[in-house]
Design a binder for this molecule. Structure first.
Ligand SMILES: NC(=O)c1ccc[n+]([C@@H]2O[C@H](COP(=O)([O-])OP(=O)(O)OC[C@H]3O[C@@H](n4cnc5c(N)ncnc54)[C@H](O)[C@@H]3O)[C@@H](O)[C@H]2O)c1
Length: 429
């Protein structure tokens, strides 16, 4: 394919060299003359292991060149890959001016050459969800003529291993609903060994943020755990080496599905004790300190949502923190019942397993403290809980779908993100 790569920085120069290495004919475009001249001479415009040798090889082979002239580069191009920077603005916002400029240049070129070959614009610069579509609409001509199509494909390479990462990313994310763009990107990256996932543009944009935020969380977590370990004379390396061996719960997809807050007899108690311990040792652990407030705000959001819906009578199905247990300690559903009751909402609770007469020990004392009138709220069937309710909050109960469908009232599943929750009709806002 004939490819134009906009931006010859860390991402763009590696992308240009690797695509040329895979047999594509690539022109790199940058405003910085020095970078363009370096590439033309077969030199790397920046330091990255293996890049100088690769650029020299593909320039010699006649498959990579560079220019500052975007319009010339776009002549006969099949694909334009946008890799310009998106730095932080002084207030922390993402500065998208360079991407806007490039899209403006591509848009101008397309308007001047309405009869040219189809161009697929692939944006790799990191952008917040919604930005690609907004900037394309603002800077490019109406796509209805079919002169071009757009995909957003986040880049996952890491500096210092960028060339290897380019060929072996965790996945190739193709954000587009356009079949022509999908085919072009699939062809462009056909030598990249990674599973391909086609998603919406906004999902593709967010995957990059989820990934980088999670990497940041992991690093901050490891460093906070190491500070905690140091303070208690524990070998932090040994601790984390064993920790990562658990691929079932620790380093796995577990606990990464958005849903209800955490609760139960262990997580809140142990996080609380850990925070107490780090404070006691004068160790700063802002990430760990944020966990319980974050969790509480998640529960509070659900309660606020129920209140905003105006539900005055609520059926709460499943009170224990997990189905199949009667452990009520720090269950988010106990919190929800307690707060709603306090707000004057009539809550009727059904839980298959929980029987107040059989609760013992700390479980019993917890519920006596938090929901002393539990017996009065509990009913002995789902039907009894649902009768007369304005809506259902699905907690830890495994209610069959047909029961919920037949209920005839809205269901708010606490185990799903809020976008699936019942919403207030616009006319009632
Ligand atoms: N660096 C990384 O490891 C990495 C990894 C994944 C994603 N990203 C994302 O990729 C994007 C690029 O990052 P980078 O580190 O390569 O940036 P960079 O600052 O190293 O390079 C950006 C290049 O774009 C050029 N440029 C700016 N405006 C231009 C224009 N109108 N026309 C042509 N060139 C123009 C600049 O001169 C510069 O050479 C960013 O959005 C970044 O967040 C970076």
């Amino acid at each position: 394919m004939r490819v134009v790569v906009f931006g010859l920085g860390y991402v763009g120069s590696v992308t240009a060299a690797c695509l040329a290495d895979e047999g594509h004919h690539v022109v790199g475009v940058d405003l910085a003359r020095q970078k363009v001249l370096a590439v033309r001479r077969g030199l790397a415009p920046l330091a990255e292991p293996g890049l100088a040798a690769l650029i020299s090889q593909v320039v010699d082979a006649g498959r990579l060149t560079a220019t500052t002239d975007a319009a010339r580069a776009l002549n006969d191009a099949d694909v334009a890959v946008v890799c310009v920077g998106t730095p932080s603005a002084p207030n922390g916002a993402l500065f998208t001016g360079y991407v806007e400029d490039v899209l403006g240049q591509i848009g101008g070129f397309l308007e001047e050459h309405p009869e040219g070959r189809h161009l697929t614009v692939v944006i790799r610069s990191t952008l917040l969800p919604g930005t690609t579509e907004r900037l394309v609409a603002a800077r490019m001509p109406d796509p209805a003529g079919g002169r071009y199509s757009v995909a957003y494909c986040p880049e996952f390479l890491r500096e210092s291993s960028a060339i290897v990462d380019f060929g072996h990313p965790p996945f190739t994310i193709i954000g587009t609903d356009d079949d022509v763009a999908l085919a072009a990107v699939t062809h462009l990256f056909d030598q990249v060994t990674a599973p391909v996932r086609q998603v919406s543009i906004a999902t593709a944009e967010s995957v990059k943020y989820a990934s980088n935020a999670f990497h940041a969380v992991k690093i901050a977590f490891a460093n906070e755990m190491a500070r905690f370990a140091d303070a208690y004379d524990v070998d932090a390396d040994a601790l984390m080496a064993v920790f990562v061996e658990d691929k079932v719960l620790n380093v796995s997809a577990r606990y990464l599905r958005p849903g209800a807050s955490f609760g139960g007899s262990c997580l809140p108690k142990d996080v609380r004790a850990l925070i107490h311990a780090v404070r006691h040792a004068d160790v700063a652990a802002p990430l760990l300190e944020s966990l319980l407030p974050s969790n509480a705000s998640h529960t509070r959001r659900l309660v606020d949502h129920v209140l905003s819906l105006g539900w005055r009578r609520v059926a709460l199905l499943g009170l224990a923190f997990k189905a199949g247990t009667d452990d009520l300690r720090e269950s988010p559903y106990v919190d929800i019942a307690e707060t709603l009751t306090g707000k004057g909402v009539q809550v009727r609770i059904f839980d298959e397993v929980v029987n107040p007469a059989e609760l013992v020990g700390s479980n019993e004392s917890y519920i006596r403290l938090r929901l002393p009138h539990l017996e009065r709220l509990l009913v002995d069937s789902r039907a009894a809980a649902i009768a007369g309710a304005d809506g259902i909050i699905l907690g830890s109960d495994r209610a069959p779908q047909e029961v919920l469908l037949d209920a005839g009232v809205p269901v708010l599943d606490a185990n799903t993100p809020a976008r699936h929750w019942p919403q207030l009709a616009l006319s009632r806002i």
